[in-house]
Design a protein around this ligand. Structure first.
Ligand code: DAT
Ligand code: MG
Length: 132
């Protein structure tokens, strides 16, 4: 079965949206295969966002993602990476369509409430980073 890694970011957990977001994936047809509430340390956060190290917002991004608990998940389902990304919506909530998670619950790119792997290779890399 295809699988992907999805994480409710600190803003989504703090706003009490975790259960609601899990339900959105379950309603879509995903199976929750693993999940945990956890606090990221900077090492894991920097490894997760390694591809963005050169960006001006990198330090702000690491500060944000380590600012409080996150809810990490492994989701199973057909074309899991692609289906999860389409339910999550565009990176910038201003571009995310209503009906997507970011389109419905976020307004600012720096706090866009959820992460989802962008490729099958990254899904495996991220699952190994968070669930080992
Ligand atoms: P995505 O999370 O949709 O895969 P990404 O991997 O390009 O997007 O970026 C990771 C996160 O970095 C993104 O969810 C929010 C943050 N980010 C991206 N672009 C940003 C920007 N211009 N300013 C501030 N944060 C940004
Ligand atoms: Mg990404």
């Amino acid at each position: 079965m295809d699988r992907t890694f999805v994480m409710v970011k600190p803003d989504g957990v703090a706003r009490g949206l975790t259960g609601h977001i899990v339900s959105r994936f379950e309603e879509k047809g995903f199976k929750l295969a693993a999940a945990k509430l956890m606090q990221l340390d900077r090492m894991v956060a920097e490894e997760h966002y390694d591809h963005l190290r050169s960006k001006v917002f990198f330090d702000e991004l690491v500060d944000f993602i380590t600012s409080g608990p996150v809810f990490a998940m492994v989701l199973e389902g057909k074309d899991a990476v692609k289906n999860a990304r389409s339910l999550i919506g565009a990176t910038n909530p201003s571009d995310a369509l209503p009906g997507t998670i970011r389109g419905d619950y976020a307004i600012d790119v720096a706090s866009n409430i959820i992460h989802g792997s962008d490729s099958e290779d990254n899904a495996e890399r991220e699952i190994n980073l968070y669930f080992h």
